[in-house]
Design a protein. Structure first.
Length: 365
């Protein structure tokens, strides 16, 4: 995570994959399911599979943007249950920072918006933030509290890319990128890679690491381009979250920690509302009361999130990794006290794709 000069996205992906396999006591020869996506390869499973030297029986290269990997976890669980594969590797890598210093993507631009030469993706999130402020009285200070809370968690994480002091005034006085979002309201641009191994619960019991279980998950999408979003203050997380909770048989009151895709500060406010942690319109006040910072009532983005820890173009896989490490009790100084249930939530496109996943330890089964 951070900077990896001279290394390709495939090299980083391979390093993460080999580390994950080693942690599980497995090798590439064991992998018969491959789930991967990125913003560089048109045929991601073909390219990644060839690079890793594997011949999987089942693949899924679905690209929903940053939420892809939470979707992949749902799909991998289903594939294992159906007998399509036994060891599923979910992986991602990006060298966007050292390769270009910015996100380079071949993603299509929505035709009805392209004529206005918008600055993607920040303009879309700025529209949502401005509407939320107008409709509910959310303030720029509220948005800034999301960034400062993330930084407080990052300061407890030695792997976080951005550490050090960050005040509300620092956020407000940062360079304005797209009103009302300053550069400190926007996610990092880093290199990074992540990998997760998924096997049956029965097989996991015999592995070196404490198993963490998929309890439920759901995806929802209501639009592609921001100009087609039905309501700029309500995301499809309101649908994916409730369906995931129903599958898992849990309630938001049971959740010990939350990992959200915080590409921009407004994301956390929208998702906390839509996932049911506070009423619609109350997200700004919820974060400003200190609830999501260290010591608050709801630990959110305990690694520092995309705002302060890592954001290599597609952040979703890191929500799953951080939740797993927290539930295993491996998070070091940032460790949440005795967690059992985690909610991970991914976002793709311009608030377009929403995917929610519940993970738990053995006590939640």
């Amino acid at each position: 995570m951070g900077e990896a000069p001279g290394q390709s996205h495939l090299e980083l992906l391979a390093q993460a994959s080999l580390d994950a396999l080693d942690e599980c006591g497995l090798s590439l020869d064991d992998v018969d399911g491959l789930f991967t996506s990125n913003l560089s390869n048109f045929f991601p499973t073909l390219t990644v599979g060839e690079y890793l030297g594997i011949r999987p029986k089942h693949v899924d290269g679905t690209n929903l943007g940053g939420s892809s990997f939470l979707h992949h976890l749902i799909a991998a669980t289903g594939a294992i249950k159906a007998g399509l594969c036994e060891v599923a590797l979910i992986c991602y890598g990006s060298n966007q920072r050292t390769a270009s210093g910015r996100l380079v993507t071949g993603a299509d631009q929505p035709v009805w918006e392209a004529a206005y030469k918008p600055r993607y993706p920040v303009i879309a999130y700025a529209l949502s933030a401005a509407r939320h402020m107008h409709q509910y009285g959310t303030t720029r200070e509220d948005l800034a509290r999301v960034a400062t809370s993330a930084r407080e968690w990052a300061n407890l994480n030695p792997m976080a890319y951005k550490r050090g002091p960050l005040s509300v005034d620092d956020v407000l006085s940062s360079r304005m990128v797209c009103d009302p979002l300053t550069v400190a309201d926007c996610c990092l641009v880093t290199d990074g890679a992540g990998a997760i191994l998924v096997v049956s619960a029965e097989r996991a019991r015999n592995m070196p690491k404490k198993p963490i279980y998929f309890l439920g998950g759901a995806a929802a999408q209501w639009h592609r381009q921001i100009s087609s979003m039905p309501d700029l203050t309500v995301t499809a997380a309101s649908e994916s979250g409730s369906r995931a909770a129903k599958m898992a048989g849990v309630d938001t009151r049971d959740v010990d920690l939350v990992q959200l895709y915080d590409a921009f500060t407004i994301n956390a406010i929208l998702f906390l509302e839509d996932l049911g942690f506070c009423p619609k319109g109350e997200g700004g006040r919820f974060v400003s009361d200190g609830n999501i910072a260290p010591g608050g009532s709801l630990p959110v983005n305990t690694n520092g999130g995309g705002l302060s820890c890592v954001h290599p173009g597609m952040y979703g896989i890191f929500t799953l990794i951080e939740a797993t490490q927290q539930l295993r009790g491996e998070a070091g100084e940032r460790q949440v006290a005795d967690p059992h249930l985690a909610l991970c939530h991914g976002n793709g496109g311009t608030l377009s794709s929403q995917v929610s996943v519940y993970l738990g330890d053995n006590s939640t089964l």
